[in-house]
Design a protein around this ligand. Structure first.
Ligand code: CP
Length: 336
């Protein structure tokens, strides 16, 4: 196992060069092959990962915990209510202590205006790798699994591949911005032409959009925006219909100062866009060999119809979910 990346934090794909990310993808494919052959991959024998979840998770929690077991180590599945965090112990003290007892720390903290900074504070004080399991801005593990899935379906040369990230209606909860923001930052670095479709009331954060444009210029991809879902899906080779909340319409401080008002306006805006669903008519606007991706959990029959997400010729959502395991194992094996 290449250990040049040992101790490197994984808070965002932005902090990793394309060369480093390619090492991660090569390692992910190698680990996936060994997983299928049931070959042992005990690269982290006797090592400990501490996982702190401030929110629910199915894919992230289980890909990390199963991944640690398969790598020969152990993951502690912690929630804030089990820890002195709930009595106000600082991120700094928590990180120092856990990094003295184990070999890596991973956390999900999606509170808007808080999560990314919380993880950065842990990383500043941890002597071991700190990994983001999703925050209010980034979901780097999801980005890796998404790109790995694209490589599997379209090959590793993704230049000029047309990927559409579309906002979609959901009524379960206002989903974080972190998945689409990670995708629009990452994909153009690999030459992908990204289209983002969203109602005008549901923008992504301005500074992320500006950085995505820079990444596109440097990586050979492109990024464009539309406020029409049909327009966004036209000729797309990959369609990702996904809800996100309207947080991008607010500066963080503005949101934190007026949280109740902001939530009320977001809820009113949401009701205007029930029609933003990926259904059979819309997927037919895309390329004839289109693939449907979604980070999951999907809000079925709101974001995407059962008919489309269950269409095995189109939908690759379960391959994408499985790739969370292989990419998680790669990051842990390389950094811990
Ligand atoms: N896609 C994703 O992060 O899923 P979970 O919330 O279940 O971890």
């Amino acid at each position: 196992m290449n250990k040049d990346l040992k101790g490197k934090h994984f808070l965002s794909c932005e902090d990793w060069t394309k060369e480093e990310l390619n090492i991660v993808f090569d390692t992910s494919f190698e680990l996936k092959e060994k997983f299928y052959k049931e070959e042992p991959t005990r690269y982290l024998l006797d090592k400990t990962l501490f996982m702190i979840f401030f929110e629910q998770s199915t894919r992230t929690r289980n890909s990390m915990e199963a991944g640690m077991t398969q790598l020969g180590g152990h993951a502690h599945d912690l929630t804030s209510d089990k820890m002195q965090l709930s009595h106000g112990e600082s991120a700094k003290d928590t990180a120092i202590i856990l990094s003295r007892m184990g070999h890596g720390i991973a956390s999900r903290n999606c509170f808007y205006g808080i999560g990314k900074d919380y993880l950065a504070e842990m990383a500043k004080h941890s002597t071991k790798s700190v990994m983001s399991l999703q925050d209010d801005v980034y979901h780097p593990f999801q980005g890796l699994a998404d790109l790995m899935t694209i490589f599997e379906k379209f090959g590793k040369n993704t230049n000029a591949l047309k990927v559409t990230v579309s906002w979609a209606y959901a009524d379960t909860h206002a989903k974080p911005l972190s998945v689409p923001q990670t995708q629009i930052l990452l994909f153009p670095r690999f030459g992908i032409d990204v289209t983002v479709a969203h109602p005008k009331e549901f923008p992504l954060s301005d500074y992320i959009v500006e950085k995505a444009k820079t990444n596109a210029d440097e990586g050979g991809g492109s990024i464009k925006f539309t406020n029409e879902m049909d327009d966004g899906l036209e000729a797309a080779q990959v369609v990702i219909p996904k809800n996100w909340g309207g947080y991008g319409a607010y500066g963080v401080q503005e949101y934190l100062d007026n949280e109740d008002d902001c939530k009320k306006v977001m809820a009113e805006n949401l009701e205007k866009y029930h029609g933003w669903i990926c259904d059979r008519r819309r997927i037919n606007l895309a390329d004839k060999n289109v693939k449907l991706m979604h980070a999951l959990p999907a809000d079925r029959n709101h974001e995407v119809t059962d008919e489309v997400i269950d269409d095995e010729k189109i939908s690759v959502v379960f391959d994408e979910a499985e790739n969370r395991l292989h990419t998680a194992k790669a990051i842990m094996a390389l950094t811990m």
